[in-house]
Write a protein that binds this ligand. Structure first.
Ligand SMILES: [Co+2]
Length: 472
């Protein structure tokens, strides 16, 4: 998820008012309806996948995700890879006992679309380490330091949570990259990713779930676009789409993004973002100044240009977008990581920090402004304790506290938990400074933007690229 330079940011977002009239807001027919559905969900989390596309799996695969890890680990020797729906026979609460005994399938592979919780694929609940890199220069001593190794052992549970979220991210995006095609609606695209995330992480209140709204910003829009209900936008062959999605386990968020395109004429733009982000990751480390990361990124972008339809464009970094540190339940923690040189920020990264290294480039001016209907919101981490007089705002805040706390959410997520007619209440919370609106961030019309993002961890002994996969 992008971090916008605070200079360009106003607290109050007037764009909220150009939302569709509440009464006309189409009901997301895939979502459970009404407050009763939300209550039901609380009792019986993670039983349902909400997509019609996944309806089949919901009655088969995901149905038996609950509380059976122990039983499974003990008696499952079969190596067979389950087809989707292989567990369909074991349906219904009445059969639960029997199911425990007879259940033979221990999935060793993910389904398509993804429905198998990663906890079932790594039955000891130890998730794979990301790609590690030794520190350089004055920090080479860390690699073998006994003291630093001991520090890591103490933090191992937190690392494992991050790695679990990263594994979910990898598996969900692996499918998304194959399945997403021109002709799909933006809502279908987001639900493909979100259904996968909810199933694989075994969404459970604030303990595990989606880290922030699925960004699918198109072309000149660089970040913070996800469709609201009723958005009819359809992906086309000539679109450049930034897929930026998050997964969290116990508040440990993995924030990772990539760019999809279908027309090879955009190859250079997408390659530039990837190379620049990797330069930033390479530069990052304990005691490294933020400005030096920005300079390393910028240098890569300097070497890129692209020819589009007979015209040559410089590929520029988007100077008011940044990487950022991440704290538990806090996607944009204290530090922002510039992607241009001469930022002047000599703040250093420190041991233990989790950092989203993300860079954006553009064929436009290399500067984004807020443009378009807002979808993304988050309760401010330092939300003021002000009395709320508007009842609807008060009840909406209670719902936000319960379902998202300080994790970013979007209007579609409010719809699916059964909230209705919330736009005025939401506007009230935004103007009180309790909730922050994050409208789409766009460069000039007609330009194209690309992004690549990884979450890294500055462990005491090494740098770990948590979200690294075999794709990027
Ligand atoms: Co981010």
């Amino acid at each position: 998820m992008a971090f916008e330079d605070s200079l360009a940011k106003g607290v109050e977002n007037t764009k909220i008012s150009d939302a569709p009239v509440e009464a006309e807001q189409p009901q997301d027919q895939n979502a459970p309806n009404g407050a009763s559905a939300a209550k039901k969900k609380k009792k019986n989390k993670k039983k349902k996948s909400t997509s019609t596309a996944n309806a089949e799996e919901a009655t088969n695969g995901t149905e038996d995700n609950t509380n059976e890890e122990g039983a499974e680990d003990d008696n499952d020797n079969e190596e067979s890879t389950p087809a989707v729906g292989a567990e369909g026979a074991s349906e219904g609460a009445a059969k639960k006992k029997k199911k425990k005994k007879n259940k033979k399938k221990s999935p060793k592979a993910q389904t398509e679309p993804p429905t198998v919780p990663v906890a079932k694929l790594f039955s000891n609940n130890v998730f794979p380490e990301g790609e590690t890199h030794e520190y350089r220069d004055d920090n080479t001593w860390r690699t073998t330091s006994e003291e630093k190794r001991a520090a890591e052992r103490l933090a191992n549970d937190d690392y494992n949570d991050m790695r679990k979220a990263a594994e979910v991210h990898r598996q969900v995006r692996s499918y998304a990259r194959k399945a997403i095609k021109p002709g799909m609606s933006m809502i279908e695209i987001c639900e493909t990713i979100e259904n996968g995330t909810r199933a694989l992480v075994e969404e459970n209140g604030l303990q595990a779930g989606i880290g922030f709204p699925t960004g699918c910003s198109l072309n000149h829009c660089a970040a913070h676009y996800t469709p609201n209900a009723g958005d009819k936008t359809v992906l086309t062959y000539d679109d450049v789409m930034k897929i930026d999605f998050g997964v969290h386990v116990n508040g440990r968020i993995i924030d990772s993004a990539f760019t999809m395109h279908f027309n090879p004429k955009f190859d250079k733009l997408v390659e530039a973002a990837k190379e620049a982000t990797y330069a930033g990751i390479k530069e990052a480390g304990i005691d490294v100044r933020l400005c030096d990361i920005g300079a390393a990124v910028h240098e890569v972008y300097d070497s890129y240009e692209i020819e589009l339809d007979g015209k040559t464009y410089d590929i520029k970094p988007i100077r008011n977008l940044n990487g950022h540190t991440i704290d538990p339940y806090h996607i944009h923690a204290g530090k922002s990581v510039p992607i241009v040189r001469n930022s002047g920020d000599e703040t250093k990264l420190e041991e233990g920090e989790q950092v989203a290294i993300e860079t954006f480039c553009s064929t436009g001016r290399g500067y984004v402004i807020e443009d378009g209907e807002c979808s993304h919101y988050a309760k401010a981490f330092d939300a003021p304790h002000v009395p709320i007089r508007v009842p609807r705002a008060k009840s909406l805040l209670a719902s936000i506290n319960k379902h998202f706390d300080t994790l970013p959410f979007c209007r579609r997520y409010l719809d699916r938990i059964g909230e209705e007619k919330y736009l005025l209440g939401l506007r009230n919370l935004v103007s009180s400074g309790i909730v922050t609106a994050y409208p789409p961030l766009c460069d000039t019309r007609g330009s194209y933007t690309a992004q690549l993002e990884h979450t890294i961890l500055l462990r005491p002994t090494c740098k770990e690229i948590l979200s690294k996969g075999d794709d990027y």
